[in-house]
Write a protein that binds this ligand. Structure first.
Ligand SMILES: Nc1ncnc2c1ncn2[C@@H]1O[C@H](COP(=O)(O)OP(=O)(O)OP(=O)(O)O)[C@@H](O)[C@H]1O
Ligand code: SF4
Ligand SMILES: [Mg+2]
Length: 321
């Protein structure tokens, strides 16, 4: 069952000095209930803007965002507040997400109390349950954020986010600020919670190995557009888009045999400005497979096998590289 349906989402930021920044340009995807969709791409490609638009934190220029069939784009504040209960977020910086003057228990109880869903002993019992669910202990409740480690703080943020049993959790680089040693633990916590709490996740990261760890499906974004969407194992075993293949080629493969079998692709040049994206396929300025058609005609995202890919040469790409 489709939980979230994003259709032709476009977010342009006006700029005083020139053309608008086309942060998101016609992005469409769905997330099924209980599914994790990973959204990956280089810095500045528009991932956070997609996440923020889904959460109602930035206003879309055009397009539709439906949660359980209900339109969020352009919904009024009261409506958004109700819908927001079904969508929660976890961002990069766990320190900034917690009030330094509130205990961990107080922070986790807050959404329950302000919505009149629990108080007193019931709220305390629910907080203890949530602390256990995220791998903390009930005796962490009276502590303040500065008394916890970074990983523990992110666990507390996650406990607060799941307190209202959201249908969708939007996570934007939730492990980027953490030490490498705790990163895997937090990623495993997301996997665990998705199973036990029955949530869907929109999981945003610039790190394709992180996305690989947690996602059922992966959407690859470049310069405001999706270039490839596929089931996780399909994407990693048989990436179709030259950009996806370049991202994967940059990741060391633990199995040397697989590394040898993988087509080599290196990216040339810099990411163009989203205020002046190249015509045709926006990737053509960096693509080793570009042909004249690519400069003239933008490729649509189309089905190819089990994958959706936006490339004129997706069929032939594998053998040419
Ligand atoms: N409020 C804003 N006003 C103007 N431009 C913005 C605004 N927010 C984002 N942008 C621009 O939109 C583009 C996409 O930004 P966004 O933050 O969505 O990218 P991202 O993929 O999340 O990058 P990162 O990996 O660095 O977090 C960038 O060029 C950014 O500078
Ligand atoms: S459409 Fe052309 S430029 Fe774009 S990714 Fe495919 S081959 Fe490269
Ligand atoms: Mg971002």
């Amino acid at each position: 069952m489709t939980l979230l349906a994003v259709t032709d989402l476009t977010v342009h930021f006006p700029s005083r000095r020139g053309p608008p920044v086309r942060a998101v340009d016609g992005v469409s995807f769905t997330i099924a209930a209980h599914e994790t969709l990973g959204l990956v791409g280089e810095s500045g490609c528009g991932k956070t803007t997609v996440a923020n638009a889904v959460l109602g934190l930035v206003q879309p220029t055009a397009g539709s965002i439906r949660l359980n069939g209900e339109e969020l784009a352009g919904a009024n504040r009261a409506r958004l507040r109700t819908l927001r209960r079904r969508m929660q977020m976890v961002f990069q910086d766990p320190a900034g997400a917690l009030n330094p003057r509130l205990t961990i228990g107080g922070a986790i109880a807050e959404p329950l109390v302000t919505r009149g869903l629990a108080r007193g002993a019931t709220a305390r019992a629910r907080v203890a349950e949530l602390l256990n669910a995220v791998g903390l202990r009930p005796d962490h409740a009276p502590l303040f954020p500065h008394q916890l480690s970074g990983g523990q703080r992110q666990r507390a943020v996650i406990a607060r986010a799941i307190a209202l049993t959201p249908a969708l959790l939007v996570c934007d680089e939730p492990t980027s600020a953490l030490d490498v040693s705790v990163r895997a633990q937090i990623l495993n916590l997301f996997l665990d919670l998705q199973r036990t709490q029955g949530m869907a996740l929109l999981f945003v990261s610039h790190d394709i190995t992180v996305v690989r760890h947690v996602s059922d499906r992966v959407a690859v974004m470049y310069l405001g557009r999706l270039v490839e969407v596929a089931a996780r194992d399909t994407l990693f075993a048989a990436p179709r888009h030259p950009y996806t293949r370049a991202l994967l080629a940059a990741v060391p493969e633990p199995d040397p045999a697989a590394q040898r079998g993988r087509p080599r692709l290196r990216l040339a040049g810099e990411i163009p400005s989203p205020a002046a994206p190249p015509p045709g396929c926006t990737f053509h300025t960096r693509c080793p497979l570009a042909i004249p058609r690519c400069r003239a005609e933008p490729p649509a995202l189309r089905a190819l096998g089990g994958t959706f890919v936006a490339c004129h040469r997706a069929e032939e790409g594998q053998k040419d590289a």
